[in-house]
Design a binder for this molecule. Structure first.
Ligand code: URQ
Ligand code: ZN
Ligand code: ZN
Length: 486
C-alpha cells in the first residue's frame, strides 16, 4: 500500500496550529506528530514554510445542472478537478427533481452523472413538490442512500419553488428522519412581481436583475423559513446568505438558541452590485446569479457575520453558463441563466481577503472552508479533519504563492471568471484526495472517476427516548429506525 509523509509543515486544524508531520498510508491519515518515521519506499513531501490543512469542502455546487432551458457547462469531472486546483477536495451538490418527478428517480440520474468525478462528492436533495411519494422517497433517501439534507428553493416561481405548504410538509418529514433542512431564501412571489414591474418599466438588461430581488425579498424569506423551522423544531441551514436583512434574521434566531446555520459565498464577500452597471452586456450578465451581488455595506456585514460565527460555512454555488448561454437573456434579463463560477477560486479569495487582512485566523479559515461543513453535514472526522483515521484529503497551502485569477488560466469550464484580474497571495501548492495527489507543480493530475460518493448519516441517532439531543443539539425523532449506508 502506498504511503507518503508530509514533513516540516505547520498543520492547521479548526482548533489549532502545530508544527507536525503527517503520515498517510493508503487513503487515510495514519499519524500526525513531530519527526514522524518514514516507511521504506514512502514518498516524502517537503512542506516547510507551508501550512497543511484539511482539503476544502464546498457545500454548494451545481455541476451540469439542467436549469432555465440549458445545462450548466461545468461537469462533475471538470468541476471537481478545478476544485482540486483551488484546494477543495469534496463538494456537496444538489439533486433537483422537476415538480412531479420522483425524488429517487432524480437522485439516480445525478448519481450517474457524478460517477465521472475526480474527487469525492455528496448530495443534498431538493423538495420541489409534495405528495405521499415525496414523503416516502425522503425516508428511503435517508435510510438507504446517505442523504441527510433536503433543499427548498423559496424562489423560482413556476419552476422549482417550494411554497409554504411544501415547506411545512417537508420540514415535518425531515424532523422525523433526523435530516437537516436547507433553503434558498428569496420570496419567489415578490421576485415574480418585481421582475414584471422592472421589465414593464423598460429595463431589460442585466441591471434589472438586482432591482427585482432587493435585500428585503431575501430577508422576508429567510425570516419565514427560520420561523417555520422554529415552530416545527427542525434545524435550518440558510444557503448563500447575501445581505444584512437575512443575516440579522439568522443572528436573532441563534441568539435565542435556535439551531440555524448560515452559509456565505466567497463572491458575495468581495464583489458588489456595481458589476451590473458594466456597459458591456456580456460581462454584466455573467454576474447574474441569485441572490444578486449587493451594495458595499452588505459585504462588510457578511465579513462581520463570518468573524462572529453567525455564518459558519463558505461555498461557491458554482453553476457555470458560458457567454452564449447567458445570451439566452438578451433583451430580457429574466431569461439570463442564473449562476457564476467559483469552485477553483473560493479558498484563495478567502485567504487573501480574510486571513491576510486579519479578519480570520488560519484556524478559522479551516473552519469556514472545511471543518464546519463537515460537522454540519455529518461527515466529520472522516472529512474536514487532520487526525489518524481521517481520509487523507489534504491541501498544502503556500501562504506566499501568488496567482492572478483569470478565465485565461483557470481550470473551470466557463469563458468568464467573476474575479477576473484579482491577484491573490496564498494558494495551494499541492492537493490530495484520499492520499491521491490531484494538484502539484501547478499541474492537474486528476483521474476521471476516482471520486467517490460520500453517504451522510442522519444527524439525530434514531432513539427511543424523547428529549435527548445529539452533538448538534438536534432532538432525535421518536421512532427507532437504523439507517443503513448506501
Ligand atoms: O439558485 C441556485 O442556487 C442555483 C439555481 C444556482 N444559481 C444561482 O443563481 N444561485
Ligand atoms: Zn440558490
Ligand atoms: Zn445553488
Amino acid at each position: 500500500m502506498h504511503s507518503l509523509v508530509i514533513k516540516g509543515g505547520t498543520v492547521v486544524t479548526a482548533d489549532c496550529e502545530l508544527r507536525a508531520d503527517v503520515r498517510v498510508v493508503g487513503e487515510t491519515i495514519e499519524a500526525v506528530g513531530p519527526d514522524l518515521e518514514v516507511p521504506a519506499g514512502a514518498r516524502v513531501i517537503d512542506a516547510s514554510g507551508a501550512y497543511v490543512m484539511p482539503g476544502g469542502i464546498d457545500p454548494h455546487t451545481h455541476m451540469e445542472l439542467p436549469f432555465m432551458g440549458t445545462v450548466a457547462s461545468e461537469d462533475f469531472f471538470s468541476g471537481t478537478s478545478a476544485a482540486a486546483a483551488g484546494g477543495t477536495t469534496m463538494i456537496i451538490d444538489f439533486v433537483i427533481p422537476n415538480p412531479q418527478q420522483r425524488l429517487l428517480e432524480a437522485y439516480r440520474a445525478w448519481r450517474g452523472w457524478a460517477e465521472k468525478s475526480a474527487s469525492d462528492y455528496s448530495f443534498h436533495v431538493a423538495v420541489t413538490w409534495w405528495d405521499d411519494t415525496v414523503h416516502e422517497d425522503m425516508g428511503v433517501l435517508v435510510r438507504d442512500h446517505g442523504v441527510n439534507s433536503f433543499k427548498h428553493f423559496m424562489a423560482y416561481k413556476g419552476a422549482i419553488m417550494a411554497d409554504d405548504e411544501i415547506l411545512v410538509h417537508s420540514f415535518s418529514r425531515a424532523r422525523e428522519l433526523g435530516a437537516l433542512c436547507t433553503v434558498h431564501a428569496e420570496n419567489g412571489e415578490l421576485v415574480a412581481r418585481l421582475q414584471k414591474e422592472v421589465y414593464d418599466r423598460g429595463i431589460h438588461g442585466p441591471e434589472g436583475h438586482p432591482l427585482s430581488r432587493p435585500p428585503e425579498v431575501e430577508g422576508e424569506a429567510a425570516n419565514r423559513a427560520i420561523r417555520i423551522a422554529e415552530v416545527l423544531g427542525v434545524p435550518l441551514y440558510v444557503v448563500h446568505t447575501s445581505c444584512i436583512d437575512a443575516l440579522e434574521s439568522i443572528e436573532r434566531a441563534r441568539r435565542e438558541g435556535q439551531r440555524v446555520f448560515g452559509e456565505v459565498l466567497s463572491q458575495h464577500l468581495v464583489i458588489d452590485d456595481s458589476v451590473y452597471r458594466d456597459p458591456d452586456w456580456n460581462r454584466a450578465a455573467h454576474y447574474v446569479m441569485s441572490p444578486p451581488f449587493r451594495s458595499r455595506e452588505h459585504q462588510d456585514a457578511l465579513w462581520r457575520g463570518l468573524q462572529a460565527g453567525s455564518l459558519q460555512t463558505t461555498a461557491t454555488d458554482h453553476c457555470c453558463f458560458c457567454t452564449p448561454q447567458k445570451q439566452m437573456g438578451l433583451g430580457d434579463f429574466r431569461k439570463i441563466p442564473n449562476g457564476t463560477n467559483g469552485v477553483e477560486d473560493r479558498m484563495t479569495v478567502l485567504w487573501h481577503h480574510g486571513v491576510r487582512t486579519g479578519r480570520l485566523t488560519p484556524s478559522e479559515f479551516v473552519a469556514v472552508t472545511s471543518t464546519n461543513a463537515a460537522r454540519i453535514f455529518n461527515v466529520f472526522p472522516k472529512k474536514g479533519a487532520i487526525a489518524p483515521g481521517a481520509d487523507a484529503d489534504l491541501v498544502i497551502w503556500d501562504p506566499n504563492k501568488t496567482r492572478t485569477l483569470s478565465a485565461r488560466t483557470h481550470h473551470q469550464k466557463i469563458d468568464f471568471n467573476i474575479y477576473e484580474g484579482m491577484t491573490t497571495v496564498g494558494n495551494p501548492a499541492l492537493t490530495m484526495t484520499r492520499g491521491r495527489i490531484q494538484w502539484e507543480n501547478d499541474q492537474l493530475v486528476t483521474e476521471r472517476g476516482f471520486g467517490r460518493h460520500v453517504p451522510r448519516p442522519p444527524h439525530a441517532p434514531y432513539i427511543k427516548a424523547q428529549g435527548l439531543r445529539n452533538s448538534l443539539g438536534i432532538p432525535g425523532p421518536v421512532e427507532r429506525v437504523l439507517p443503513t449506508r448506501s
